[in-house]
Design a protein around this ligand. Structure first.
Ligand SMILES: C[S@@+](CC[C@H](N)C(=O)[O-])C[C@H]1O[C@@H](n2cnc3c(N)ncnc32)[C@H](O)[C@@H]1O
Length: 306
């Protein structure tokens, strides 16, 4: 078996195995509506949250959707784990150093190991990335999920008007890496038919539709571009059945919560969501964006780690 090696790999393996068990505490004043379903918004580092959730969610997640830091420019992604002297340092183009990709792999490894534990045997993992890390992610996912469980690399046309950057190429695509927990038994949504591996902006939306979250908004430390609701609904229609739990550990502004709510309304589904986001984005930005959902905010319980 081919295994990617990097500086920090041993620390990452240790982190996956040795997270302290913490508990979740419900915060009623930040919860929304009467939560008839098990929807949840959880504030905290997603590694610690997944460890806290493992006893209850082990084998229950039908779709794990990951939109992690891309290790690209203008993200101000801060290294989250207490290993080496990396904790709290900015990674990516703003913090360029020779270990930039090692740090990204060290962050992703333990989180992917825990996600696999949370996934149902019929579950799907879908990771969005650009070309900064997609090739590393493929190798890591092949190791953790097994290369036999790779399903597809769907290319989404993220924009029809690519930015003219210093590059000689006009970048217009994003990767959606799709893995099954078990490809032998995995099945798409029966109404999805064969799923194409090329998704146009016309059918799946583009980044312009999603609208940039400005840095001056509370909870947004840096401008970031949410995913379009249309793209996430396209994913839900392709790989989820009408019931099931959708887990988004890098929830940002909570687009997945809104997509689940809208897709349920459209097809009579009863999917539920668990969104995890670090810091004040979870308590300020995410609830505000969910409240803007057409048809009213989805109800959810809000939790923090104690
Ligand atoms: C690319 S954004 C996700 C955008 C989201 N899909 C949306 O549509 O709004 C990645 C998010 O992951 C969050 N994040 C990064 N590392 C995290 C961690 N260790 N735990 C929890 N959230 C994290 C960042 O704060 C950021 O909001």
């Amino acid at each position: 078996m081919i295994c990617l090696d990097w500086i920090g790999r041993e620390d990452a393996i240790r982190l996956a195995e040795s997270q302290p068990q913490r508990k979740l505490q419900k915060i009623p004043e930040l919860s929304s509506g009467v939560c008839a379903f098990d929807n949840a918004v959880i504030q905290g580092d997603n590694l610690q949250v997944m460890t806290a959730l493992a006893p209850t969610l082990r084998g229950r997640v039908n779709l794990a959707f990951l939109d992690p830091p891309y290790n690209a420019a203008r993200e101000r992604w801060v290294y989250p784990d207490r290993v080496r002297n990396w904790y709290g340092t900015v990674v990516g183009a703003e913090g360029e150093d020779p270990l930039r990709h090692d740090k990204w792999l060290s962050m992703m490894y333990p989180r992917l190991v825990l996600l696999r534990i949370l996934l149902a045997s019929s579950g799907t993992l879908l990771v969005t990335l650009d070309d900064h890390e997609a090739h590393h992610a493929r190798a890591l996912l092949d190791e953790i999920f097994g290369s036999e469980n790779f399903l597809a690399n769907v290319i989404w046309e993220k924009t029809r008007t690519p930015e003219d950057s210093a590059s000689h190429f006009l970048e217009a695509h994003t990767h959606l890496l799709v893995y099954a927990k078990d490809s032998e038994t995995w099945r798409p949504n029966p109404s999805a038919g064969k799923i194409p591996t090329l998704w146009s902006a016309a059918e799946a939306g583009d980044t312009h539709e999603a609208g940039v979250v400005e840095p001056r908004e509370p909870g947004a430390a840096y401008p970031f571009v949410p995913k379009p609701v249309k793209l996430l609904r396209r994913i839900l229609r392709a790989v989820t059945h009408r019931k099931g739990l959708v887990f988004d550990p890098f929830a940002g502004s909570g687009t997945m919560g809104r997509a689940v709510f809208e897709q349920n309304a459209a097809d009579g589904g009863a999917r539920t969501f668990v969104l995890v986001e670090a810091g004040e984005k979870a308590s300020i930005l995410l609830p505000r964006r969910l409240a803007e959902t057409p048809g009213g905010s989805p109800s959810y319980n809000f939790y923090t780690l104690v």
